[in-house]
Design a protein around this ligand. Structure first.
Ligand SMILES: Cc1ncc(C[n+]2csc(CCOP(=O)(O)OP(=O)(O)O)c2C)c(N)n1
Ligand SMILES: [Mg+2]
Length: 431
């Protein structure tokens, strides 16, 4: 099996038992250490990754890491994420959306690199920065945009909005406004897969769950509780930290403690502390993310338990569309813009003969068409009826809003005489 080691830096560790025997020798040599027993945390390594095994056809160039089909799929997915969100920004400032909207621009390589590997029956859990995760998992652009517009045709029938994308059909278990809330939900999804296989004896139950969250979220308790339980029960759960260096205006460097001997607050090192592999990956490179995710997914499917992946990434916009983004330095932004994952993949595809300029243009044209179409669809879709507010709250909606005459209050004259007026960018007023 080909393993890729990007670099070996002093202070970094990885569980040797997670590394094949052939690699253990090489890693020991690289790290300048004397022989060590498998299982001891002695190797200085930044990232290990396995080869891609998902595609049926071989890469067209012997040097290419993926097939043309996979490369095109990744490119399409990343461009869709980017262009969809550019459209979100336009529509938000035109008052078509209400509440807060957090864009993902810049981080697409993480969503595409991980989620495009998954099967339909695998689960994904997101955060409030969730539109692109939903798209990568197959929720249609129409359903996501309509949800952002608060329309009945949205994936949550307009009741979730930007931060709560959910689709049972696609096993997207939600965006969550409270940071860290989604991680235990992901754990539950992983648990049901394990329970089916180990307790109910369903040999085919090998689905995995990927939970996405940010660097700031790694300093809340639910992260640690979930690491503990995932390791304890060897759950098929992949923790994907999208480290974009900032938690609103709080720098990761100021907010997170260092593991002993480190200058930098690495999150991936918290994995081995709980008995699972921790992997650091360049989150601006979709192919590297895919390699690392492939290894973690295969490991989870084999029943070998969770992995913690830290993807170094960056958001190209403010925390939300209401953030003037004045805290981050121009130099820092320029440094990461130069590493934009989309042109990087395009260059790779052209250099490795995975696509022609015409192929790439066709993918971009297709995205433009899909984005235009979803906005038109969302705009023309109907708003939810008021009665919908009483649904999905109680098993019997009459437990809430029941009038003395036995009818729902919303059915009484006057209940729905007001109009929801959008007052961007802050929220809405009833009058
Ligand atoms: C439990 C909880 N505490 C505080 C907040 C306020 N809050 C919203 S976003 C955020 C920062 C999260 O940063 P990070 O996890 O790095 O995600 P990013 O926004 O960078 O994607 C905070 C603290 C919240 N939403 N939930
Ligand atoms: Mg962050």
């Amino acid at each position: 099996m080909l393993m890729v080691v990007r670099s070996c830096a002093a202070g970094d560790t990885v569980l040797l038992k997670e590394v094949p025997a052939r690699m253990q020798t090489m890693l020991k040599q690289r790290s300048g250490l004397r022989a060590a027993q498998p299982g001891r945390r002695v190797v200085k390594v930044r990232a290990v990754a396995a080869p891609l095994k998902t595609s049926t056809s071989a890469p067209s160039s012997s040097k290419a890491l993926v097939t043309p089909e996979v490369a095109k799929d990744l490119y399409y997915d990343m461009v869709l994420g980017r262009e969809f969100e550019e459209m979100c920004a336009q529509m938000y400032y035109r008052g078509k959306m209400f509440g807060f909207v957090h864009l993902y621009s810049g981080q697409e390589a993480v969503s595409s690199g991980v989620i495009r590997l998954l099967r339909p029956d695998d689960h994904v859990v997101s955060t409030y920065r969730d539109h692109v995760h939903a798209l990568s998992k197959g929720v249609s652009a129409r359903e996501v945009m309509a949800e952002l517009f608060g329309k009945k045709t949205g994936c949550c029938r307009g009741q979730g909005g930007s931060m709560h994308m959910f689709s049972s059909k696609h096993n997207v278990l939600g965006g969550y406004a409270f940071i860290g809330e989604g991680i235990p939900v992901g754990l539950g999804a992983a648990f049901q897969s394990k329970y089916r296989r180990d307790v109910l004896g369903d040999e085919s139950a090998d689905s995995v769950t990927c939970s996405f969250f940010g660097d700031g979220t790694c300093n809340v308790g639910q992260f640690y509780e979930s690491l503990n339980m995932a390791a304890l029960y060897k759950l098929p759960h992949i923790f994907v930290v999208e480290n974009n260096l900032w938690a609103i205006g709080m720098s990761h460097l100021r907010a997170t403690s260092r593991t002993s001997g480190d200058e930098h607050p690495y999150i991936y090192k918290k994995g081995p502390a709980f008995g699972m592999p921790g992997v650091l990956v360049d989150g601006m490179d979709v192919l590297k993310v895919r390699q690392v995710a492939q290894e973690a997914v295969e490991r989870a499917r084999r029943g070998e338990g969770p992995t913690l992946i830290e993807a170094e990434t960056y958001r190209f916009r403010g925390h939300s569309l209401a953030d003037p983004d004045e805290l981050r330095s121009k130099d820092e932004k320029a440094k990461y813009l130069a590493r934009d994952p989309i042109p990087q993949l395009k260059k790779y595809m052209l250099e490795h003969g995975l696509a022609t300029e015409a192929d790439i243009k066709a993918l971009e044209d297709k995205v433009a068409e899909v984005v235009e179409d979803c906005v038109k669809f969302a705009d023309e879709s109907p708003k939810p009826e008021r009665g919908q507010l009483l649904e999905n709250v109680f098993a019997d909606p009459r437990g809430f809003g029941i009038a003395e005459d036995g009818r729902y209050r919303y059915q009484q004259a006057g209940f729905s005489s007001g109009t929801a007026v959008v007052s961007p960018p802050i929220g809405f007023l009833w009058h």
